[in-house]
Design a protein around this ligand. Structure first.
Ligand code: SF4
Length: 218
């Protein structure tokens, strides 16, 4: 990455950090996903105690390797990993209910606006529920590609990029999987059931956004 491009991304991430902090989120900027994962394990986790942990579905979380790291830590119990493909539907629904009451919930966000708001779209709503209320702490690993100018851009990104790519990943034949834009579909494969806008963190700092100077996930 050239110096101008590097400075552009650093400035942009710094401005979003300030906007998030003005909205009572905690926010930190990290050069790499590896650095963000180290910060989560080395700084956020010890600020607890956070004995129970659950994960929302996220390519960025998978790529970070923190699921395995946390599973290996004494005194930490991983209650639910949304990325675990071996769960039966019954197990999945039981564990998603438990995950709303863990100490620490780790996921990503579909979009972050430049004025410091988070937008997420779920099929069932388990991830947006945990981000909104329940876990004592929420840590979100967010690549710079998730930053959008405003709420309209966030809604567009959450559906036409994130949901569309997710549909392709899991083999759903939704219209967005073919056209890369949302058609507000009505089929049973629809991925978009619940949309949330997190405008502030209450209590202050409950939600920590780890902004990462890399393009990550979708
Ligand atoms: S509503 Fe349907 S078409 Fe639109 S993004 Fe969601 S799954 Fe795709």
């Amino acid at each position: 990455m050239g110096p101008a491009r590097g400075a552009y991304h650093q400035n942009r991430l710094g401005l979003v950090k300030k906007a998030l902090e003005a909205n009572r989120f905690e926010a930190t900027v990290h050069e790499t996903l590896e650095g963000a994962a180290e910060y989560l394990i080395g700084t956020i986790l010890p600020s607890g105690p956070y004995a129970t942990v659950a994960f929302g579905g996220s390519d960025t979380v998978i790529a970070s390797g923190i699921v395995a790291t946390l599973r290996a830590l004494p005194g930490v119990s991983v209650t639910f990993d949304r990325n675990d493909r071996g769960l039966s539907p019954g197990e999945w629904h039981a564990l998603t209910r438990d995950s709303i009451l863990v100490d620490l919930f780790v996921a990503s966000s579909n979009a972050v606006t430049q004025d410091g708001r988070l937008v997420n779209v779920d099929r069932y709503g388990n991830r947006v529920a945990a981000i909104a209320y329940g876990p004592r702490k929420v840590a979100l690993l967010v690549g710079r590609n998730k930053i959008v100018p405003d709420l309209q851009g966030a809604m567009e990104r959450a559906r036409s990029t994130a949901a569309a790519m997710n549909a392709i990943r899991i083999g759903e034949t939704t219209p967005c999987a073919k056209t890369a834009r949302c058609h507000d579909c009505h089929g049973k494969g629809r991925l978009c059931g619940v949309t949330s806008i997190t405008e502030r963190s209450f209590p202050p700092g409950r939600v920590h956004v780890l902004l990462i100077d890399q393009d990550l996930g979708f």
